[in-house]
Write a protein that binds this ligand. Structure first.
Ligand code: PRX
Length: 644
């Protein structure tokens, strides 16, 4: 059968995909244990999470597992003292993990660096000492604007080791976005690199940092630490800017790990919401480490010999939880790759898998769809036989991409863990385990200890097969603790839309077998290649352009990226004086959005209108534009009255 014929046959399959018997026998959690865990978690969820907490090291154990006296400000493991870095590094130095590879890094040009746990521990200690010399202490905010480098992991861990709070800003965001986040966090230090390699080019990151720090709001920054990665002329502003190498050279490789309350913040990560102002999602040391350790161990079935590669950028939650903290807490080997997945050609991913013997590959539907286009000749030329588990995250996985990944990358032997979760949840929430029966396109069922539901706008469960809002009905350890400096917004955005439950902002349905299918966002948040961008953010970038009077942005389906932005604009009179043709204006507007927000916000098309549809109170009705644009019914959404 040719490639398409085989795919067609599989796509018509209505059966579920079963794990191979050998895999079930060897899984960390077998079906019997899963059933037991589920029963225990249903009867006594706190005891279930307490068991998970006992698997980690604490300086002092908790007074109680959960303080729920002031919902929705749940406090996990109050009274306990810990530091996630102790679990990610320090404790491994006392065990056989000491000389095991913690981190394998590959640069786009092909250069490599590898760190054992002991080496990584020493590097983190040296940089932590350097940061302490710079005055960084418990509770201070440090912003990281970094490409994928070993120093990115080192910097995160060093900041956390001191009890300071890191806030990563994805390198695909603009200088302006960086400045806003630095200002909101009132960061004392910014850590960056001179540049990095991407698709054969050098991206000069430091220039963007200079632009960001020159603007109003960024005066809080005392020091900018620059990692040397590429050979470019880099302007260093004295006394603010310091080279990473100069800083760590004199430092000792020993550094005490700060003793933190379990509820103390570990990091802030800004994420887009339905308004133009991103939310600083806060995660704390104790609950977060318990949540990610348990879920990584169960879902990805970590074995001592694994080489774990999650292709996410460290600037997103997936990078935090499952490139850096999760794998290191688990004592496994994590892989980081700096560059573009198609550089120098479409086999780079498969090449990395083959050379390092990657056993678990966790990636995104966009990447799979992108690589599918190049056909199977690329993966066929590489030895992918070390792979034993695959994973997907960030956006709905269409069955066609699922089956391609399963068949051509996973040899029809490696189960795909399609994990549903969010920046806010910190950890996997709905996901299969390796022993689960899989349905392509479904994220399977809630993990033990997680109670999810699909409900209408009033919180009533909807019948199987019907679309509704995805909600979570019980707190979980790695949950966000609040929105930085805005607890009211935390309450309102997540816990009051549908009273008493956590509102995820996703539309989902559950089938007769209890399997969840994520259909997309329920709010005005786009998911462009798995990256969350608010329509309001793109709109405010557009109206900042002098020719634009009014803007409405919607997400429209895209074959590769899942979704892209389309803008409807009302122009000010007189734009023709500045631009000869409408095409010139469109090009200028695209460049403008890129400058305002960064390359991550892809505006695929722009349409000019005389006016936009409004509600009586003056809100733009994006819903009408979307319905018009798609010319179709968005599925069964009868349960979806806007809860606002
Ligand atoms: O819409 C869901 C989608 O990504 C959103 C969360 O985005 P973010 O906070 O950036 O975190 C992404 C990585 C965890 C969700 O509200 N999403 C995430 N995972 C899936 C998904 N949609 C479908 N299937 C998934 N597996």
């Amino acid at each position: 059968m040719d490639q398409t014929g085989a795919l067609d046959a599989l796509l018509q399959e209505e059966r579920v995909f079963r794990p191979l018997p050998q895999l079930v026998i060897e899984a960390n959690i077998n079906p019997h244990q899963l059933e037991q865990a589920q029963r225990r978690a249903e009867q006594d969820p706190l005891a279930y999470w307490e068991d998970a907490a006992h698997e980690l090291d604490w300086f002092k154990k908790w007074d109680r597992v959960l303080d729920d006296s002031n919902p929705p400000f749940y406090r996990w493991f109050p009274g306990a003292r810990c530091n996630i870095v102790y679990n990610a590094l320090d404790r491994h130095i006392e065990t056989a993990n000491k000389n095991k590879l913690a981190l394998i890094w590959e640069g786009e040009p092909g250069d490599q660096r590898k760190y054992t746990y002991y080496e990584l521990y020493r590097e983190v200690n040296r940089f932590a000492n350097a940061l302490r010399t710079l005055g960084v202490a418990k509770g201070d905010r440090v912003v990281l604007y970094m490409p994928i480098l070993p120093e990115t992991a080192i910097a995160m861990l060093a900041v956390a080791k001191l009890g300071a709070i890191h806030s990563m800003v994805y390198g695909g965001f603009s200088a302006k976005v960086l400045r806003e986040r630095v200002a909101d966090a009132q960061a004392k230090v910014v850590i960056t690199a001179d540049g990095f390699y991407r698709n054969g080019r050098i991206i000069n990151l430091k220039a963007l940092v200079d632009e960001a720090l020159a603007g109003a709001g960024a005066e809080c920054v005392e020091t900018c630490v620059v990692v040397h990665r590429v050979n470019v002329d880099t302007e260093m502003h004295e006394p603010r800017d310091l080279w990473y190498d100069d800083l760590v050279r004199q430092e000792r490789p020993v550094c005490a790990t700060e003793v933190m309350e379990a509820t103390d913040p570990l990091f802030l990560l800004y994420s887009s919401g339905a308004t133009g102002k991103p939310k600083g999602i806060v995660h704390a040391h104790g609950g977060y480490m318990v949540g990610i350790a348990r879920t990584l161990d169960w879902v990805f079935d970590i074995k001592p010999t694994d080489i774990f590669w999650c292709t996410a950028d460290a600037g997103w939650i997936t990078g935090h939880s499952y490139v850096i903290y999760g794998p290191l807490v688990a004592g496994t080997t994590t892989v980081m790759y700096e560059g573009h997945p198609l550089y120098p050609q479409a086999d780079r991913l498969w090449d990395v898998v083959a050379r390092f013997g990657v056993t678990i590959l966790y990636t995104s539907p966009t990447l799979v769809r992108m690589l599918m286009r190049f056909g199977v000749q690329y993966p066929r030329k590489k030895d992918l036989s070390t792979l034993r588990l695959l994973g997907s995250v960030g956006e709905p996985m269409n069955p066609e991409a699922w089956v391609w990944l399963y068949k051509y990358i996973g040899r029809s032997e490696c189960p795909i863990m399609d994990t549903w979760w969010q920046t806010e949840t910190g950890m996997f929430m709905i996901s299969p385990l390796p022993i689960s029966l899989l349905k392509p396109g479904s994220v399977n069922k809630p993990l033990p200890g997680i109670e999810a539901d699909v409900v209408d706008a009033h919180g009533n469960p909807v019948p199987p097969g019907k679309g509704g809002f995805l909600v979570l009905k019980r707190p979980w350890p790695a949950m966000m603790t609040t929105i930085y400096k805005d607890p009211e917004r935390y309450k309102k955005s997540y816990w009051e839309k549908i009273p008493g439950v956590y509102y995820a902002g996703d539309v989902a349905r559950r089938d007769e077998d209890g399997y969840y299918w994520i259909q997309g966002r329920a709010d005005d948040v786009m998911n462009i290649a798995g990256h969350r961008i608010g329509t309001a953010e793109v709109e405010s970038a557009l109206v900042a352009h002098r020719c634009v009077a009014e803007a409405a942005v919607i997400g429209i389906p895209d074959k590769i990226k899942g979704e892209v932005a389309k803008a409807f604009l009302v122009l000010h009179d007189g734009w023709q004086k500045e631009f000869e043709t409408a095409e010139d204006l469109v090009a200028a507007l695209r460049a403008h959005v890129r400058r305002e927000l960064g390359p991550v916000a892809v505006v695929k098309s722009i349409e000019f209108r005389e006016s936009l549809p409004h509600t009586r109170s003056g809100k733009i009705m994006r819903r009408i534009l979307r319905a018009e644009e798609l010319g179709q019914d968005a599925g069964d959404t009868s349960a979806l009255e806007d809860p606002d």
